[in-house]
Design a protein around this ligand. Structure first.
Ligand code: AMP
Length: 570
């Protein structure tokens, strides 16, 4: 399908979801039935019924040995009829484990999904098409598998592929800067380009909200230097990447003291409330994913952008592109993603409210409104009925394609005794407790947690990075013990009734603890994961920390500790 498309393509895809899914499965089976993996179950047949009857539902661990064999140099046809030409590395940061997924060199479908998402934005956001987008993107150095195939996060592989089309002048950042693999130089130059072209910017964003918040913090640190570069027309000497330097210098142009004064005036104000709209006055929206674990950043982004609409536009993973948000200006809580039936063959395991599979598996068009499901992906590059591990809730249909709200990643994130506290439980508690922080003008800018079983009884620990809404002269965070203890109590009150029952006096779970960490700690945590190969663009702060080294990064920066001082009500 051509990428020079219009929105009729979206109508066509979603109206013919059933037929397209059928065709996708036929195509995948024809191309792959003789692979070592499928032939065990299908013996050369490409019958769909046989596929559903014989091919097992698997999780990543089940296919990992096959993937590893290809990565180690055995032929692609172990898994895929088409040559496997690269591997996508998923972030997988919560467990510290990194998954790799086979890819072939055809990314047209993914690029079509992105193009459609941009068309949807143009339709809903006045003036979007006429202005420039300042969407921060980062690529990683490409490493290789033992047999020499490229291995990197999907965004890096796709942007380096021959299919990729540059947004050209639609973006404030030239590709040469995005291609720089030094994240600090890249971030600095992307900001500089965006500031110089501030009057043209209609949208500010990054794929995930955690990254956008990091970028605003980076701006807090570097605005004086950025202004000095604008004033002199000279890029700082530490920008040594030649492509970056040449490209940003061209955009910077002649010395511009008026612009430097203007930016200095905005950034130098006591409060950074609304800084995004102040620096980029024509911005219509903030484009960044704030669903799932990213919801924790909504208050911070609302603060910085003075409540511009926050748009979560796409839902995708290393396994496949799933879908897009056809109603981009809706409130973050109402975001649903419409699945695109041409991306992969999708099936859904029905799950109960706890995320446990009930056994029923249905096709894309057969999911029921109101139901909860975990998607299974059969794609063109060697995954067959592979569980993704996300829980989705059907909110309706767009034409004949279902729309899903992202509920959470499937795994329990905290469990001290036998209780199962999920990502959704944690986010809900955090959301309720935000009121306590707001009452004392504090803002949450980063958070993660872990179950501390080194104490008896074990207890939940939340690391919080806080920021005063109004900067004081010393920038010292004033922590009121009463407020933080109350915060702990409200968190506990908001957790499940089972958790609360286990927290009774002398029960198996001890008082919930909050450890307030220094500002910048979550930047260090990101740097830690990036140094271990995580992609900056795809980086998501892990909701729960399981690795000893990562918790050391946090522990070194703890400023103060607070505990809940009463048993929650049962
Ligand atoms: P990765 O393979 O590293 O790109 O991570 C993919 C995972 O990120 C998905 O399975 C989801 O759990 C999460 N994710 C991706 N897009 C979204 C989204 N729009 N909302 C919430 N979570 C998302």
């Amino acid at each position: 399908m051509s990428l020079g498309c219009d929105l009729s393509v979206l109508e066509e895809l979603t109206s013919n979801a059933k037929q397209i899914q059928d065709d996708v499965l036929t195509k995948i089976l024809k191309a792959n039935t003789n692979t070592e993996y499928l032939s065990r179950f299908l013996e050369g047949s490409s019958e769909k019924e046989l596929f559903k009857k014989n091919v097992p539902v698997v999780s990543y661990e089940d296919v990992k040995p096959y993937i590893d064999r290809v990565a180690n140099g055995e032929p692609s046809d172990i898994l895929s009829g088409k040559p496997i030409t690269a591997f996508f590395r998923s972030t997988g940061t919560s467990s510290g484990e990194k998954k790799i997924f086979p890819a072939n060199d055809n990314f047209e479908d993914i690029l079509l999904g992105l193009a459609l998402s941009s068309l949807v934005m143009s339709k809903h956001v006045d003036g979007y098409k006429q202005g420039k987008v300042m969407i921060f993107k980062f690529i990683q150095p490409i490493s290789t598998t033992p047999c020499g195939l490229p291995l990197a996060p999907s965004i890096t592989i796709i942007m380096k592929s021959k299919c990729y089309r540059s947004p050209g002048k639609r973006s404030t950042t030239p590709d040469e800067i995005i291609m720089c693999t030094d994240p600090k130089q890249s971030m600095y130059c992307q900001l500089l380009c965006g500031l110089v072209q501030r009057d043209e910017v209609v949208s500010v964003g990054a794929l995930f909200a955690s990254v956008l918040v990091q970028i605003i913090r980076f701006l807090e640190k570097y605005w004086k230097e950025l202004c000095s570069n604008i004033r002199s027309g000279h890029v700082s000497d530490w920008i040594t990447d030649h492509c970056c330097r040449d490209s940003v210098s061209t955009i910077l142009g002649e010395p511009n003291p008026e612009l430097a004064d203007l930016i200095e005036n905005e950034c130098g104000q006591e409060s950074w409330q609304g800084i995004v709209s102040r620096l980029w006055p024509k911005t219509k929206c903030v484009e960044t994913i704030v669903t799932g674990i990213m919801a924790q950043y909504i208050p911070a982004l609302e603060f910085y952008s003075d409540k511009l609409p926050i748009v979560s536009s796409i839902y995708g993973s290393s396994e496949t592109f799933f879908g897009l948000n056809v109603n981009p200006l809706c409130k973050p809580q109402h975001v649903s993603y419409t699945f695109l039936p041409n991306m992969s063959y999708f099936e859904f395991i029905h799950v109960d409210a706890d995320g446990e599979a009930t056994g029923e598996i249905v096709d894309l068009v057969d999911v029921k409104s109101g139901g909860y499901y975990e998607p299974l992906v059969t794609n063109y590059s060697g995954l067959y009925r592979c569980r993704v591990g996300d829980v989705l809730h059907v909110t309706g249909f767009y034409n004949n394609a279902p729309q899903f709200r992202f509920v959470r990643r499937k795994n329990t994130v905290l469990s001290i005794f036998v209780e199962s506290t999920t990502e959704e439980d944690v986010l809900k508690a955090l959301d309720r407790a935000t009121v306590v922080l707001e009452s004392s003008d504090l803002m949450l800018t980063g958070f993660t947690c872990f179950g501390d079983v080194s104490t008896v009884p074990g207890h939940y620990v939340f690391y919080l990075e806080l920021k005063a809404k109004v900067n004081n002269d010393t920038n010292v965070l004033l922590l009121d013990e009463k407020v933080l203890v109350e915060y702990c109590c409200v968190m506990e009150e908001s957790l499940s009734s089972f958790y609360r029952s286990l927290r009774r006096k002398d029960g198996p779970i001890g008082p919930l603890e909050v450890r307030v960490v220094q500002q910048g700690t979550f930047d260090s945590l990101m740097e830690f994961f990036v140094s271990r190969g995580a992609s900056i663009t795809q980086y998501k702060t892990p909701i729960c920390i399981n690795s000893v080294e990562a918790s050391r990064v946090l522990e070194d920066k703890v400023l103060a500790r607070f505990f809940s001082d009463k048993s929650p009500t049962i």
